[in-house]
Design a protein around this ligand. Structure first.
Ligand SMILES: [Zn+2]
Length: 308
């Protein structure tokens, strides 16, 4: 059995379920089990984040709905088994799933892209992906450039995928969402930004993709042939995330942006508890520190191998 190489002791706990899933894979074959998926897929009542932006995901995995009277945009589909719950949450908010016109993705792992095929079937929406993500969405599994290649379950294949470019603004009716390529965790990872307004007050919302350097035990971020520019990509992504317009930070794993604690504070009366203009910068700083720890750990492993 292959094991995953963590490489940093301060692994955020929300990464651990991914690692547990990955540890189930044998010899690079896609794993089909997912010990923590039931917990991830726990039901979550949908709620308004701000203005026309809503959380419609399950408790452990985000899915974000941006609404307009001329169609909606949905970001991320969580697990395959999350799709009916996401659809039910959209309906519970009073919207029609059939009005979702565009589905976007943070990255092509089963826990964020798994529900997209079914949500596309239910809605008839277009799906858009970065050039590096298209093949994985169409085939239902990532390729050898994925640091976790062979360690994660496959997911339902997605049809009708349109490719967007970095900085492209995607439109549905009056909605405008900007793509920011933030590769590293995967080669095609993408963060998204848009504005939502309540009366005259408009806030910048950033949905920032995972920035964790997690891999199988044969993948070294400091030296590998399948994704040779991964460290340059991470450096680029951390700079991009630091500079994003960011009044409200959202992340594919909601704990990564402390969403539930912020929401509890808002429910207790702090109306702006979700607003933190430093949140993107702090997220990037923490990710940079963890990446540096991983790089140091790989170099220690390299020196130990030379000595033995
Ligand atoms: Zn991932």
């Amino acid at each position: 059995m292959r094991k995953l190489t963590l490489g940093f002791l301060s692994t955020p706990w929300w990464v651990l379920p991914i690692l547990t899933v990955a540890a189930l894979a044998r010899d690079g074959a896609p794993s089909t089990g997912c010990k923590d998926c039931a917990a991830w897929n726990a039901s979550q009542a949908p709620f308004r984040i701000y203005g026309n932006s809503y959380y419609v995901g399950v408790h452990g995995l985000s899915s974000i709905l941006i609404t307009s009277d001329r169609g909606h945009i949905l970001i991320d589909g969580a697990l395959p088994q999350s799709a009916p719950k996401i659809a039910a949450s959209i309906r519970a908010l009073g919207f029609r799933v059939e009005d979702v016109k565009l589905i976007l993705n943070s990255h092509i792992h089963f826990d964020h892209a798994g529900g997209i095929a079914e949500l596309q079937r239910l809605s008839g929406a277009e799906v858009a992906a970065s050039a590096s993500s298209v093949e994985a969405l169409r085939s239902g599994h990532s390729g050898p450039d994925d640091p976790q290649f062979g360690h994660l379950p496959a997911f339902p294949q997605v049809n009708r995928v349109h490719v967007f470019q970095d900085h492209e603004v995607l439109h549905v009716g009056p909605l405008q969402v900007t793509a920011h390529l933030t590769p590293g965790h995967t080669a095609g990872g993408t963060s998204w930004s848009w504005r939502s307004c309540e009366r005259a007050r408009c806030l910048d919302i950033a949905y920032v993709d995972s920035l964790t350097a997690v891999s199988g035990d044969t993948f070294f971020f400091t030296r590998n042939a399948t994704y040779p520019n991964v460290l340059e990509d991470f450096a680029h992504s951390l700079a991009v995330v630091s500079a994003l317009p960011c009044d409200i930070l959202l992340t594919p794993h909601p704990e990564a942006s402390d969403l539930w604690n912020k929401l509890a504070r808002r429910d207790a009366g702090d109306a702006d508890a979700l607003v933190d203009t430093a949140a993107c910068r702090h997220l990037a700083d923490a990710a940079r520190k963890r990446l540096e720890e991983r790089i140091a750990e790989e170099s220690r492993r390299g020196s130990a191998a030379k000595r033995s």
